[in-house]
Design a protein around this ligand. Structure first.
Ligand SMILES: O=C(O)c1cc(=O)[nH]c(=O)n1[C@@H]1O[C@H](COP(=O)(O)O)[C@@H](O)[C@H]1O
Length: 297
């Protein structure tokens, strides 16, 4: 089961922090840009992204339990970028990391079925993010493929961005829209004992939402927003249950571009590692259960 693999990775690394690999040209250190980019073609930029990603993975794989790769940054470079997307997932798997392909897919049943098969039958992908806006017939193909392939899902419930309230916080007669989504997810999880393979996404920028929903959800909550978007460890702590499990805290730019804060581009691996260590210490200090911190780092 996906969730067993995830928990085992979290326990072996003693933390729940996820590194996001969302490269942009501006993020790539000078020495890597110089090596690959002459004319600025997609092929050249893709080569630079690959060297950068590989370097970050080499710098953090023994600390982080999981990696999240957001597909948009690779789609931007067409086929050359997509090749790097899949190579990055493959290399992360080789390094023993749980992989989250952040693809945020969702559609009518037949199309959702194709999306679900495309990602959940890929052996380098352990889990994906899913958009629930199509309702249960759009979600069912993802559930089916996740069960058949023992993969995980993270379904968007309350996103981290400021305007998420425009739709997700709208009130219906029987509750807020985000609550309806959480309810729908919990019906999909009905028959599970322990943690479910079907998780959710709730932004760390919305601690009250995490607090309100944690006990109603059986899966892990993927919590983006720590670092660049301003979510704090204390905000996120509501996502943890017994044994400091239940939340996966994700940060992308604050880890991969840490060298811009700490020092030189040619030390980006060391600086990504340092930023991740700081994040782990900070999150673990707040992952308290009954006043006790489970993990000492
Ligand atoms: O599903 C996600 O990962 C996600 C959901 C959400 O509500 N907010 C959010 O920021 N994300 C993703 O999390 C990452 C955040 O990146 P940083 O702000 O650089 O840490 C990006 O890949 C976003 O696409």
């Amino acid at each position: 089961m996906f969730v067993d693999r995830l928990i085992s990775s979290i326990k072996s690394k003693s933390n729940s922090c996820v590194v996001g690999l969302d490269p942009t040209l501006e993020m790539i250190p000078e020495h890597i840009r110089k090596r690959h980019i002459v004319r600025g073609t997609n092929k050249e930029i893709a080569k630079a992204f690959w060297e950068f990603n590989k370097g970050v993975i080499d710098g953090v794989f023994d600390l982080a339990p999981a990696i999240k790769v957001q597909v948009a940054f690779y789609e931007l470079l067409g086929l050359d970028g997509l090749e790097v997307f899949y190579k990055t997932l493959n290399y992360s798997k080789e390094k023993g990391l749980i992989t989250i392909a952040d693809v945020k897919r969702g559609d009518i049943g037949s199309t959702a079925d194709a999306y679900a098969k495309a990602y959940l039958r890929n052996s380098d992908i352990d889990s994906i993010t899913v958009n629930p806006y199509f309702g249960s017939d759009g979600l069912n193909p993802f559930i089916k493929e996740s069960i058949e392939n023992e993969k995980g899902l993270f379904i968007l419930v309350k996103t981290s961005n400021p305007s998420s309230a425009e739709i997700q916080d709208l009130k219906t007669e029987t509750g807020f829209i985000y609550e309806k989504v959480a309810q729908l997810v919990s019906t999909l999880e009905e028959n599970t004992t322990g943690f479910s393979n079907i998780g959710t996404v709730i932004g760390g920028t919305h601690p009250e939402h995490i607090k309100k929903l944690r006990s109603k959800l059986k899966g892990f909550i993927l919590v983006p927003g720590y670092g660049a978007q301003g979510a704090k460890a204390e905000d996120i702590s509501h996502g943890f249950l017994d044994e400091s499990l239940g939340a996966l805290i994700c940060s992308s730019r604050s880890i991969t571009a840490a060298y811009k804060k700490y020092g030189e581009g040619n030390r980006y691996q060391r600086d990504a590692r340092r930023a991740l260590r700081n994040m782990i210490d900070d999150i673990n200090r707040h992952a308290k259960i009954g006043g006790k911190t489970k993990w000492q780092t």
